[in-house]
Design a protein around this ligand. Structure first.
Ligand SMILES: NC(=O)c1ccc[n+]([C@@H]2O[C@H](COP(=O)([O-])OP(=O)(O)OC[C@H]3O[C@@H](n4cnc5c(N)ncnc54)[C@H](OP(=O)(O)O)[C@@H]3O)[C@@H](O)[C@H]2O)c1
Length: 301
């Protein structure tokens, strides 16, 4: 049994990524939580010995893998790197955690689905990835579940914030050099605020602490709002202009006409209903999350 006042020690693979940074901000000031984050230079998912060394040094109560190969288009031609980082690395982490009795949280994506379902995707829906990235992430989910049935894989989608690189920072950066941008308008998803994902992950880690297997399998974390990418882009541009930042007019374009290297699901909606109910999660309203994200990106310059 855990002592109620003992700090919860969470280690993360990944330190500079969007979710990792949001975790650091969420944990900051929570007196019961200490966070130990390894950048890829310290714990590299392609270098299993470095992962072991980090877990030994950190000795966490819970390990969260917030590291991944996330270059969706480049993965089409860099399959080897994508699978090494998204499948083999997580398999090793999951095995190590199983052996040491450390609860393990892995992260995955809506890109494991083909997007043909008319409704938001639930945890029990059958994956069918359209891209090399999606296949590597699905392979990672399956490897983790195979070697560590007590592990939990959390799928997220369309994560945005003022941290690191994401759709908000990319659009504002593009709008510095362009007066109009073409953005796909046939992909629909739930823009999900990274600080909300981070708070949920901390709650999940707290629930799993000292009890591997208390939460296992798959869980979707997604905000209840949904919109298409072009609508999201227009909202970001309007908010950027309102805050004195760059603005570009957004023209909607179909995914076929846009011709990105990787296919993405047209329906990227994950249903976060189960997690929301289990953990009584509250989601920051979209206008407030957008305002905070744009402000943080503009402040970064
Ligand atoms: N952002 C989204 O919209 C989105 C959507 C669906 C799913 N996800 C999933 O959510 C998780 C977190 O994504 P994110 O948005 O935070 O990604 P991100 O901003 O692209 O950051 C990538 C993270 O992965 C780490 N990383 C990259 N290569 C690595 C390697 N070889 N070894 C160890 N770590 C490595 C990076 O390390 P450093 O700290 O050294 O930079 C960084 O922390 C991932 O599993 C991703 O697939 C994200």
């Amino acid at each position: 049994m855990q002592h109620p006042r003992m700090a919860l020690r969470i280690a993360t693979i990944g330190r500079n990524g969007q979710v990792a940074r949001a975790l650091a901000a969420a944990a900051d000031g929570q007196s019961g939580i200490t966070l130990d984050q390894a950048p890829s230079s310290e714990a590299d998912l392609r270098d299993h010995a470095s992962l072991s060394r980090f877990i030994d040094r950190s000795a966490p109560d819970v390990l969260i893998n917030a590291g991944a190969y996330t270059f969706v288009d480049r993965a089409e031609t860099e399959g080897e790197a994508a699978f090494a980082i998204n499948e083999a690395g997580p398999r090793f982490l999951a095995e190590t955690c199983a052996r040491r009795g450390i609860p393990f949280v892995h992260m995955s994506t809506d890109c494991v689905f083909d997007g043909t379902k008319a409704e938001p995707y639930a945890e029990e829906d059958t994956p069918n990835p359209l891209s090399a990235y999606g296949r590597s992430k699905l392979a990672g989910e399956r490897a983790v579940a195979e070697v560590n049935p007590d592990a939990l894989t959390v799928r997220v989608c369309w994560v945005f914030s003022g941290f690191a690189n994401n759709f908000v920072s990319k659009l504002i950066s593009l709008a510095r050099d362009a007066s109009s941008l073409q953005i796909v308008d046939d992909q629909v998803g739930p823009p999900t605020f990274a600080p909300d994902v981070a708070s949920a992950l901390l709650r999940i880690a707290g629930a799993m602490r000292g009890a591997p297997g208390s939460l296992s399998g798959l869980l979707h974390l997604a905000a209840p709002d949904e919109m298409d990418r072009a609508a999201m882009a227009r909202a970001i541009m309007t908010e950027s202009r309102r805050q004195g930042g760059p603005f570009a007019a957004i023209t909607g374009i179909s995914s076929t006409a846009y011709a990105a290297a990787a296919h993405r699901p047209l329906n990227a909606r994950l249903s976060g209903a189960l997690a929301t109910q289990m953990f009584a999660l509250s989601w920051t309203p979209w206008p407030e999350a957008l305002e905070r994200s744009v402000a943080a990106v503009l402040a970064r310059g």
